[in-house]
Design a protein around this ligand. Sequence first.
Ligand code: NAD
Ligand code: DAU
Length: 352
Amino acid sequence: MTILITGGAGFIGSHLVRLFVEKYPNYNIFNIDALTYAGNLENLKDIESRSNYSFIKGDITNGDFINELFEKYKFDAVIHLAAESHVDRSIKDPLAFVKTNVIGTVNLLNAFKSCWRNNFEKKLFYHISTDEVYGTLGKTGLFTETTSYDPNSPYSASKASSDHFVRAYGETYDMPYIITNCSNNYGQNQFPEKLIPLFINNIIHKKQLPVYGDGNYTRDWLYVKDHAIAIDLVFHKGKISETYNIGGFNEWKNIDLVKLLCRQMDEKLDRTIGSSEKLITFVKDRPGHDLRYAIDASKIKNELGWKPSVNFEEGLKRTIDWYLNNEDWLNNITSGNYQSYYEKQYNNLAIE
Ligand code: NAD
Ligand code: DAU
């Protein structure tokens, strides 16, 4: 089987690519990634020379390029992760999110459709999405697969739109698809603009920790490797035309999470307990900030037998350890050097 994974140089994508390359030596795994600011091939250094793995630099907003790629490699399945993924950036530049998340997704759907010309037996378009499409919860309740879409940020609006296009192609052209909507991921290799890696980096450098608003916003956190395991399971066992919610059964108010992180970092860095908490600074709130996300993941649990394997305190410790042991990875990002890794390793392979 030949599988196209888009966005494989990013955070979740790199964990997924590694899982598939190592677990399925008989699959041909293609990773297509534009290497935007969020793409980092250092994430995949350990598997880059595997014979069942190929990287191609390419932009999913370029429809001709995507069509050529499908004609050439005839991907049996697509696992689509490439996206602009950061809510704060979407507030500043919504159009970038429309281009990649909506137009990029439609380009992939079109290429998949014309490649297989209505003969979709044993084919799959698997779209990776987010719980943010459901908007916000109040103090109680959980998102289920039947919760209405109600996105509040340009990011979540673009992901909601891409979900609708995937479902519409399924209905209109009988294209086999699955969508999963997952909660907040954390773990190694996450770009240090998102809450946990940003704050780890700031604590290392004794910089302020900018908590938006009063910090009483709630997210449901899942260890990234558990998300990759869930994707593997849904890819192989999920029902066509279905949606599955994936979550950590693990709600945290931001302020409580940040205090836990501060405590764990003080211990690891041998600092006086309480010293990192002093870095917390309450700043202007994110516009349109969703109060609470929480996933009811009972469908994937009951139907496919998935549940998170790593508890949060343990996962956070592993994450902190990884960032402390990989300061070069962080420093390469903050200095901008990480993108030169691509220039050195992959320039001759680029198709654009
Ligand atoms: P990320 O920002 O770390 O990675 C995105 C990757 O996509 C990068 O490697 C980037 O170079 C690539 N990319 C961006 N635009 C592209 C384009 N036009 N063409 C080709 N490649 C492009 O994101 P992530 O956190 O790993 O998220 C991956 C997917 O999972 C996204 O679709 C996101 O919406 C979804 N998701 C993320 C989370 C989370 O907590 N991070 C939770 C649920 C769902
Ligand atoms: O729920 C899934 C989503 O989780 C994914 O679809 C997104 O791609 C991913 O980025 C994430 O979105 P969030 O906006 O929830 O993640 P972020 O890490 O940006 O913020 C987490 C919470 O922390 C949120 O309530 C905003 C707050 N925050 C964030 C940052 C970066 C702060 O208080 N201060 C900050 O500096």
